[in-house]
Design a protein around this ligand. Structure first.
Ligand SMILES: [Mg+2]
Length: 193
């Protein structure tokens, strides 16, 4: 079993962030990091930033793309009959948008539109990071791919699972991460072993 994180691992929100930046006057900021840094300079900017994220990960997911290389990776797993699961720390509603968009429903609809072969019952949304790590352990994942190194280096991360960090390519991953790179490097690592 290979476990995959969802937000910013399978889902590329760059377009959704660009669309939000265009709505606000952000002086040319367009990436997630640029928008966050620009907003945090403003009074009350942290709240504006959190509300913007609630929109991006909610309604904004309709602008989101599959992360470059992820589809080819999934197709190859299916071809090789390697089971896949999505394990994501995702609450039903954003803290800054209580009663608003159902983030889990929006995520499932996006997955349905992508038409990738991951079964509904192999998609898990968990309330907390701890619950996510317990799920990865219970599923007995041989590998787990995540864009957040904090998840992979968490002391509760299951020791039997290899830690694959989706990030900009680098030669030597920081301990205890097994590999750090884009989807193409991750694919080479898994399919060569
Ligand atoms: Mg993520």
């Amino acid at each position: 079993m290979i476990g995959l994180d969802f937000d910013n691992t399978l889902v590329d929100y760059a377009e959704a962030f660009r669309a939000e930046a265009a709505r606000l006057d952000l002086g040319g900021a367009s990436t997630k990091t640029e928008i966050r840094d620009r907003l945090r300079l403003r009074d009350g900017g942290e709240i504006v930033w959190q509300k913007l994220q609630a929109r991006v990960y909610g309604a904004g997911i309709e602008h989101a793309q599959m992360m470059h290389g992820a589809r080819a990776f999934i197709d190859e797993c299916i071809r090789r009959k390697i089971p896949l699961a999505i394990v994501s720390h995702k609450t039903r509603h954003a803290a800054q948008d209580p009663g608003g968009v159902d983030l889990r429903e929006a995520a499932r609809e996006w997955l349905g539109r992508q038409n990738i072969g991951i079964a509904h019952e192999n998609v898990f949304f968990e309330e907390t990071r701890e619950a996510k790590l317990r799920r990865i352990s219970r599923l007995g994942c041989r590998y787990f791919v995540d864009d957040l190194s904090e998840v992979l280096i968490d002391p509760q991360f299951p020791s039997k699972t290899q830690r694959l960090w989706l990030t900009t390519p680098m030669e030597t991953p920081p301990q205890p991460i097994d590999i750090a790179g884009d989807w193409f490097q991750i694919a080479r690592y898994i399919f060569a072993s």
